[in-house]
Design a protein around this ligand. Sequence first.
Ligand code: F6P
Length: 487
Amino acid sequence: MKKKHFQRLIKDKLKGYHLFVLSNREPYIHNWNEDRIECIRPASGLTIALDPMMRACGGAWIAHGSGTADRDTVDNNQKVRVPPEDPQYDLKRVWLSKEEEEGYYYGFSNEALWPLCHIAYTRPVFRLSDWEYYKKVNYLFAEAILEEIGNERPLIFIQDYHFALLPRIIKERRPDALTVQFWHIPWPNPEAFRICPWKKELLEGLLGNNLLGFHIRYHCNNFIDTVDRELEARPDRERSSIVYKGKTTYVRHFPISIDFDAIDESTRKREVEEETKRLKTKYHLFDKIIGVGVDRLDYTKGIPEKFRAIDFFLDQNPEYKKRFVYIQLGAPSREHIPSYKQINDEIDESVERINWKHRTEHWSPILFLREHIPFLSMLAFYKMSNFCMVSSLHDGMNLVAKEYIAAKTDSDGVLILSRFTGASRELNEALLVNPYAADEFAQTIKEAIEMTPEEVSRRMKKLREIVRERNIYRWANQILTKAIQIS
Ligand code: F6P
């Protein structure tokens, strides 16, 4: 679906509604850099996906103000117009104390719910104090949104696992609000979910929604099964809905996507071509077979598993030594949490060990860049690469896979994709792997490198057709249309 088409359709459909988006992470962060304020875009699939929708629809986005210069850039209502270069919607910032951020974001959201929902064998930590902060911050955000709501009927589009309690809180105060929530991470099976001490409160909170979205049908089914097991509710599997205390919540899958055309266009710019040359020169990449990976540094992303596969690949195919480089771009994430410190140490240790084992005087197989990479450079890395590896151990969708496809304007790259991502359900022409199976993974790297240019192009063209059509505008149109239809 084209952006213009979406804009026309949605303006009409949203008549009589005022759209509010709510997420923890803000789409634009203002930071002090010495005596200058700079605006960055976070490494967050969610914000990158929703920003084009907001640009098209207008409205207000409410999020945690986490930048060092955020307070210096808002007006008296805590708002700033964004994007800075071409303002099209309001970003309203909510301020959290250090203790609130610690308990609600690092604690309950990311040490309890994140590992609970991702089956990556990291144990959730449930602390009562974190739970108390989680509740408090859900109320804080509810207040911020209720302040904004005028006489028009609000359509409140809540994002993710940080706000499971929010829909019910809002509904108690504004029963006329149409509340829709999209859960960007997997929903586990009832067996896994039952260990959460506050499972009933979380489920009751989520059932305050009129519509609850997941990426894939499997997560919808898991959610319905979980409610069936934990609450006195009436699930209707035929209609994919749940009646609880007389109110209906529809549960549907909407696979999220990206702004294909915007990435495609940006990649064709001369600046990307120039950046490609600059990076190739800087890292001695001319005449190399290049693999690339872009991830937040998170234990669910399977980064050590990629390195293990590269190690196996070079053991089994020594003829590729000196001819092959794998570039891993890693954006630091949630660094206060012990399991994130651990994964960072593990990554450092394995890069060092594998590079030491295979290196020659002027060559090492893995180039690991732990930094927040500017968008332009990321496109340049995609452009120069022969293949991209997405190896999540579990992932709701994974938008890097789709970004890579959009950036491959010459259809000259292979996507290696974990079977445990939501994206693998749609992207059949990728080479699907089990990242835990190092042998199979290494074999797949070889297959990607040795694939004929015709086959590479055939597969990538098909992938590009899929993502071009199933883009973020189609996603937004489907979810908002469904919401309005059931209201
Ligand atoms: O995709 C899941 C998600 O938690 C998003 O909600 C978020 O934007 C992204 O991962 C990055 O995480 P964080 O906002 O905690 O840096």
